[in-house]
Design a protein around this ligand. Sequence first.
Ligand SMILES: Nc1ncnc2c1ncn2[C@@H]1O[C@H](COP(=O)(O)OP(=O)(O)OP(=O)(O)O)[C@@H](O)[C@H]1O
Ligand SMILES: [Mg+2]
Length: 257
Amino acid sequence: MPEPLLALRNVETCYGPVLAIQGVSMDVPAGSIVTLLGSNGAGKSTVLKSISGFVEPRKGTIRFAGHDLVGREPDATVALGLLHVPEGREVFPFLTVRENLLMGAYTRRDRDAVHADIERMHGLFPALRERSAQPAMNLSGGEQQMLAIARALMASPSLLLLDEPSLGLSPRLVGEIFAIIRRINVEAGTTILLVEQNARKALEVANYGYVIEVGRIVMKGPARELVEKADIREFYLGVKEAGMRASRRWKRTKLWR
Ligand SMILES: Nc1ncnc2c1ncn2[C@@H]1O[C@H](COP(=O)(O)OP(=O)(O)OP(=O)(O)O)[C@@H](O)[C@H]1O
Ligand SMILES: [Mg+2]
């Protein structure tokens, strides 16, 4: 078995006195899409922030492509090829769409390839081509989400961390965003760790999944097998099956789509 591109072992992260995640171990093999599912406050974003350096775990190890990540600043993880698209649409509102894309490529020296990649982004996200010269603040929420992902891709990441990319999008845009996630993985070979509350869609595109609850991983397995699990079906997919009672610990929040 080759070493996974990303491996977390017993990661524990606190915010002051608040213990947010503990004993989190996960593997993300190169070339795969792995999804991390869980309800509000379960610790999903904290896992991503611990990987990309926005918060520092107080215990455990995080290995990425042969490097130890714990203790590295976010800039340093970007330089290693790890890009985190956080919750919410964090674009530069006063810069144009094109300028936002160029900001994503700030570490790159290969100008011709950067321009070719802007074209590639226009192919993946046609709305961005049309709005290229407009300030990002003029884009709709869905378009800003697309721009945030495209800007991360401009850095040519080997690993993309996506935090709830489908949140707040219309059903049509949700379908589009998941199709794009699959294309990024297939066409560019980008490995993706996808945090989602839309379990149904996430398990459709992912190879493997983890479920986090109150800061701990409580379930894991190939995506195809997770879809069949009773707890997942009831609490994450909204499937009611006769004679089945799933654990009460799993609070339902914004899981229903
Ligand atoms: N900056 C912070 N300061 C203090 N506590 C925090 C902070 N950020 C998160 N937490 C707490 O850590 C726990 C995990 O939060 P986290 O944001 O990782 O959850 P999440 O699974 O991403 O939730 P959501 O689905 O709402 O985005 C929660 O109890 C949360 O209240
Ligand atoms: Mg979150």
